[in-house]
Design a protein around this ligand. Structure first.
Ligand code: NOJ
Length: 497
């Protein structure tokens, strides 16, 4: 009740009809923009940088990328970071979320050799942010790791958590005095799904129902190890915050309301990495443990395909986050599959996912491959799904602090991106209404600052506020219409509906 009253005081509604409403952001609410190392840095072999899993994958398998491209240069932010920071400053953001590249910092994969030029690069980026008063939000791992570690098995190797801990310690040793917000891992559920279930990201091995689970199991351990390193060796002196970022879709049942299926979909996707960290009991969601065990048994496995945490690991992982980093893009319709159609069905939750034809797509697709890759995942504009996810997080994990670490849309209309403005407006509205409902949301990060390299979609899906001319050697950045719109929101701290 207190929450409710407090937020009613901070969110002011002016005007008497929907068209003229103005919502105000609460004091201290951070608004920023994001990027990630592989998607923007380029300079893939500059100085002593090592080869990453993504460098290797795109160079050897260009046919797996929609337009056959790679991120060798992409927006060239390694050389143009000063310009990027000026853009951020002009936009007026409170924070900038970016990631550090593991293979740039540890070119040999292990912490015995730390690249001086990598440290210099990130320090100069931090100096520029500092000079403009922009808070750095650093992601330690956004999907790119040294290829040498990939060859050792990557996230299926049980030593990977230890290697990640070593890497995270190097980051803390060098940057904890000037970075107060760290995200350990980005979207572990999507990383493991894309790498081992859908096999569209490196190492692109189809190990559906085994590799995906093992991958996330190791990423959770890696996250917890890094959290404890920070807690034990750095927190007292630097007093920063460490979180983890998960992608959650909104799930809606159709025709008849089926809350159990909606919840099942939530637990298998968002609860999978979140329950072990944020719930009171820790460990994977009960329903997930039960369902995977049953299906594994029916398929002839001696033990569940979902790996089991020892009691010690359950305890070590539980509570290891100072905030919930939420990435939200879109939603899906869920429907329970009949038992017979589930026998050989790869998904353990036994649900079918579709889109509501009434949902709007922001990007008009130019070819079929693109629509297959992109539309399936992200393009339907469903702001109410975000509200649903935010309330689930509040209810399930005792209202943790939430930073929205990504939210955004790709569009095909170039610089005149009205659909991005509509997307932003409708999602920010939902966020402010969730704050009004007592959800503990402390910040919003638009994905992304610049048009950049969109993984398997190459340069065919552009989420940027800034247009980047990839045919120009200078990678000229030009503001889209949404830049002016967002700038006004940030400077007034008001959302005009
Ligand atoms: C999530 C990922 O973190 C980011 O790298 C990606 O570009 C966006 N989603 C858009 O797909």
């Amino acid at each position: 009740m207190f929450h409710l009253l407090l937020s009613l005081m901070t969110i002011t509604l002016v005007g008497c009809n929907n068209e003229n409403k103005i919502l105000t952001f609460p004091d201290g609410f951070l608004i920023g923009a994001a990027s990630s190392a592989y998607q923007v840095e380029g300079a893939w072999n500059v100085d002593d940088k090592g080869i990453s899993n993504w460098d290797h994958f795109v160079h050897h398998n260009p046919e797996r990328i929609v337009d056959g491209s790679n991120a060798d240069v992409t927006t060239d932010s390694y050389h143009r970071h000063e310009e990027d920071v000026n853009i951020l400053s002009d936009l007026g953001v409170d924070h900038y979320r970016f990631s550090m590249s593991w293979s740039r910092i540890l070119p040999k994969g292990h912490s015995g050799y730390v690249s001086k030029s990598a440290l210099r690069y990130y320090h100069s980026l931090l100096d520029e942010l500092d000079a403009k008063g922009i808070i750095p939000f650093v992601t330690i791992y956004h999907w790119d790791h040294p290829q040498s570690l990939e060859e050792a098995g990557g996230w299926l190797n049980d030593n990977m958590p230890q290697w990640f801990e070593d890497y995270a310690r190097v980051i803390f040793q060098n940057f904890a005095h000037r970075v107060k917000y760290f995200v350990t891992l980005n979207e572990l559920n999507i990383y493991c799904t894309m790498a081992y279930r859908r096999a569209e990201h490196p190492p692109a091995i189809k190990l559906n129902g085994t590799g995906d689970y093992q991958c996330l199991h190791n990423q959770l351990k890696a996250h917890a190890l890094a959290y404890h390193v920070y807690d034990e060796e750095f927190r007292k002196e630097f007093n920063g915050q460490l979180g983890i970022t998960t992608l959650c879709f909104g799930h809606f049942s159709k025709d008849t309301i089926d809350l159990a299926s909606e919840d099942l979909a939530y637990e298998f996707e968002c609860g999978w990495p979140s329950h072990p960290i944020f719930s009171e009991t820790g460990d994977y969601p009960e329903v997930m443990k039960k369902q995977v065990a049953l299906r594994s048994k029916a398929q002839g496995y001696k033990t569940s395909r979902l790996p089991v945490f020892s009691e010690d690991w359950v305890a070590r992982i539980k509570g290891t986050s100072d905030f919930f980093g939420l990435n939200y893009y879109s939603s899906r319709i869920v429907k329970r599959l009949s038992t017979s159609s589930r026998i050989n069905w790869p998904n353990d939750e036994g649900l079918e996912y579709t889109m509501d034809p009434k949902w709007v797509s922001a990007q008009r697709t130019k070819n079929n491959i693109q629509s297959k890759v992109i539309l399936q995942l992200i393009l339907k504009v469903v702001p109410e799904g975000l509200g649903k996810v935010l309330r689930k997080i509040r209810e399930k994990y005792n209202n943790p602090t939430v930073y929205i670490t990504e939210n955004g849309v790709s569009s095909s209309s170039g610089k005149n991106d009205d659909e991005r403005i509509n997307y932003l407006r409708s999602h920010l509205k939902v966020i402010l209404s969730a704050v009004n409902d007592g959800c503990n949301i402390k910040g919003y990060t638009y994905w992304s600052l610049l048009d950049s390299y969109e993984w398997e979609a190459g340069f065919t899906a552009q989420f940027g506020l800034m247009h980047v001319d990839f045919n120009d050697a200078n990678r000229t950045r030009t503001p889209k219409k949404s830049v002016h719109w967002l700038k006004n929101v940030i400077s007034t701290r008001k959302l005009f509906l």
